[in-house]
Write a protein that binds this ligand. Structure first.
Ligand SMILES: [Zn+2]
Length: 472
């Protein structure tokens, strides 16, 4: 079956983290009591008129600029007409013919291979409310109705589930860098639709199906693999692919037909007569461009100029949170390489152990800076540093006090260490002989013995130096 190509395009819906909704003054806030952030506009009372939120437009433009889009000076809001109980107006305000941003793209890397994924557009629209199914029947919460969304539409440039996930990770990372969305997958503030088809080399594109509202990278990965295989099996069995929208059932690990896929003409789009076309002047775009924060590529260059390797710089800039954390630690302890080593080893090890796809660093950067300083100055050894780090991770604390409380102060007293080691050397003639014969691994034995004799406080480098001296 390997002679088939998989062709994947993605639509990403991302809620913008504005204070208020897209066309009214209601709060844009997740998790409030149902229907407490509603007004005549977002519940579609007759005669209520929308007023466009400038901040939503600016955030959409910021994201467009960050991924190299051209910002259209002229864009139009249209009504996308359909009925569903979570859509009080029976139309969604969106953009079709004239979106706010067009073109641009994102570079991904899978297995060391770089690929540029082109974007078709980014347009601004409003979210719908939410249906809540309960024993009492289905209830509707309109708090989310009218929350500003951007829809980021890629070209069908991805050819595997891994590429699709790499694209989504990069896109999410960019949204977080730009700071226009909080991208909380659990809360649905970022959602993915996958368009997928298969064909053979030299053949025209196959009929595509759409998988709607996936909300985790893992689901995207599994759903694409399943759906590509399903389509290939259908074709191999001599059946045609039906153009349709399919639902991914994560528990059963398969997709189901939901409905035949609608085309844009089914929605009877037309320009919203309540909203005049958007006129975004080039000078205005320039003022927004000036607010773009430092993105990953700039930070990578900066970190390299501080002596970090390209690989480390990339690891640290994978997520804005990591890069911000790294820079916050440096503000109080300016040892880029030393801090980087601790973050890429110890912090990432703990992050990897978190199962959630959204990983947060719970450590206060100044506390880590203070601990690393003690470690670098030889006040504590690596074992002590790790012990304190565990506490900083769990609940935080003052590393200087923790060193005292836990008795972790490293033993840097040459005289005392020498005394201890003289005894160890005298008690272990066999190990001494091995070391004298050049078996360097035996040194670990002496360090281990010294650690045991000092409750783990000995300075391992000093121990090695003294042992070498003693066995000469
Ligand atoms: Zn409202």
């Amino acid at each position: 079956m390997s002679e088939y190509n998989t062709v994947i395009g993605l639509e990403v819906h991302s809620e913008l983290n504005t204070k208020t909704k897209c066309f009214c003054g209601c709060k844009n806030e997740f998790g409030s009591n149902p229907n407490t952030h509603t007004c005549p506009v977002c519940t579609a009372m007759p005669g209520a008129l929308p007023v466009l939120n400038r901040d939503a437009v600016e955030r959409a433009i910021l994201m467009g600029l960050a991924v190299g889009c051209r910002i259209n000076n002229y864009s139009v809001f249209e009504r996308k007409n359909y009925f569903y109980p979570d859509l009080s107006k029976a139309y969604q305000i969106s953009q079709l013919e004239y979106p706010l941003c067009v073109g641009g793209g994102i570079e991904i890397e899978v297995d060391g291979k770089k690929k540029f994924i082109r974007l078709n557009r980014i347009h601004l629209e409003e979210d719908a409310g939410k249906l809540i199914h309960s024993n009492a029947g289905t209830l509707v919460d309109y708090n989310r109705g009218g929350v500003p969304l951007i829809e980021i539409v890629s070209e069908p440039d991805m050819s595997s589930a891994e590429e699709a996930v790499a694209y989504l990770q990069k896109l999410r990372s960019t949204l977080l860098y730009v700071g226009v969305s909080d991208c909380k997958m659990q809360e649905g503030s970022i959602r993915f639709d996958v368009n997928i088809s298969v064909n053979k080399d030299g053949e025209p594109l196959g009929t595509r199906t759409e998988l709607k509202n996936l909300n985790s990278f893992r689901a995207v990965l599994k759903a694409i693999k399943y759906e590509a295989n399903r389509q290939i099996e259908e074709l191999e069995a001599g059946r045609a692919i039906v153009q349709e929208t399919r639902r991914w059932d994560d528990e059963k690990g398969r997709t189901y037909s939901m409905r035949s896929k609608e085309d844009s003409q089914d929605y009877r789009y037309f320009p919203d007569p309540d909203l005049i076309p958007l006129d975004v002047k080039p000078e205005y775009i320039d003022t927004i461009r000036a607010r773009l924060p430092k993105l990953a590529p700039q930070r990578i260059e900066e970190y390299k100029s501080w002596g970090l390797t390209e690989q480390d710089a990339k690891l640290l800039t994978d997520e804005r949170e990591y890069a911000d954390f790294f820079e916050a630690v440096l503000k109080e302890f300016n040892e880029p390489k030393f801090v980087c080593n601790w973050i890429t080893a110890e912090v990432f090890k703990k992050l990897n152990a978190i199962e959630d796809e959204e990983k947060k660093i719970p450590v206060n950067p100044s506390e880590l800076a203070s601990m690393l300083k003690l470690y670098k100055d030889g006040e504590i050894n690596q074992a002590g540093a790790r012990k304190i780090f565990d506490i900083l991770w769990e609940k935080g604390g003052n590393p200087v006090q923790l060193v005292e409380e836990l008795g972790l102060k490293q033993m840097n007293d040459t005289g005392a260490l020498k005394e201890i080691l003289q005894k160890i050397v005298a008690d272990n003639p066999k190990a001494v002989k091995e070391l004298q014969e050049g078996n360097e691994k035996t040194m670990a034995f002496f360090v281990g013995q010294a650690m045991r004799a000092t409750q783990g406080k000995a300075n391992p480098k000093m121990v090695a130096d003294i042992v070498k001296e003693l066995i000469k």
